[in-house]
Write a protein that binds this ligand. Structure first.
Ligand code: NAD
Length: 247
């Protein structure tokens, strides 16, 4: 029995990495998936199709209200409903605080926080009208660690937890749950090829579970939150980090 049959799920930032894994995982559970990114999502489309899934690919800039409203309109025209939004698009530039310029700060807050606001605003009226919605925001365990050289990033990911709690408190009235997943250091191409790749071995040693965290390791948490088993869970932040943090 496919747990997401007839559900329509939008994932932001899924040209590769964690978002791609989410698209494939939800498609395998029967969801109609909308893959969105600034970049080409061809690889994700290919993987979803070879898993037998139904997918619509849209180029979306999460920092643009025109773009996010257009996204919601296109999904409604194509699939007729929006059940799930996964706010996954994000950037994580690494830089000591003294080297961060105001424009760098604004870029990170624009993608990681404004993007979450704008995508959620765009789909929210449709979820309200259905009296059903599942919103999952991708935060980070760096919030609990207070990781160095990531101040704008950690600030936005902490903001996402606040956004999740606040919106959950009023969205429940419309049958909408809002939760967050806080991944640990996850082996995506962006992470491995950036400067965070250098701390992977040290991070694994600090985890309770001594292996690297793969994007597919986050799927169980996502599917729990967007399928029936998670129906009464809202306002929560679920860390998936191999026991890097315990709280
Ligand atoms: P990724 O770079 O593979 O994915 C992020 C995607 O967001 C990219 O495809 C990028 O093109 C897209 N994007 C950037 N700006 C955008 C915009 N304005 N509009 C639309 N799309 C945009 O990275 P990832 O490692 O898969 O990370 C995915 C999410 O998980 C991010 O929010 C990240 O902060 C979070 N996260 C990652 C890790 C990790 O270690 N990889 C850990 C914790 C949290």
């Amino acid at each position: 029995m496919k747990r997401l049959k007839n559900r329509v799920a939008i994932v932001t930032g899924c040209a590769g990495g964690i978002g791609q894994s989410f698209c494939v995982g939800m498609a395998k559970e029967g969801a109609k998936v909308v893959a969105t990114d600034l970049l080409s999502t061809d690889e994700t489309v290919e993987k979803v199709k070879s898993a037998g899934g139904d997918i619509l690919a849209l180029q979306v800039d999460v920092t643009s209200e025109d773009s996010t409203l257009k996204m919601a309109r296109q999904v409604m025209n194509h699939f007729g409903r929006i059940d799930i939004l996964v706010n996954n698009a994000g950037i994580y530039p690494v830089s000591p605080f003294q080297d961060i310029r105001f424009e760098n700060w604004k870029k990170v807050t624009s993608v990681n926080l404004d993007g979450v606001f704008l995508c959620t605003k765009a789909v929210y009226p449709h979820m309200m009208a259905q009296n059903y919605g599942r919103i999952v925001n991708i935060s980070s365990v760096s919030v609990f660690l207070g990781s160095p050289s990531l101040t704008p990033y950690v600030t936005t990911k902490a903001g996402i937890i606040g956004f999740t709690r606040a919106l959950a408190s009023e969205a429940g009235e419309y049958g909408i749950t809002v939760n967050a997943i806080a991944p640990g250091l996850t082996a995506t191409k962006t992470m491995l090829e950036g400067s965070l790749g250098a701390i992977l071995d040290k991070t694994i040693k600090m985890q309770a579970l001594k292996r690297r965290l793969e994007p597919d390791d986050l799927l169980g948490a996502l599917l729990f939150l967007v399928t029936d088993g998670g129906d009464f869970v809202t306002g929560q932040t679920l860390a998936v980090d191999g026991g890097l943090t315990r709280h």
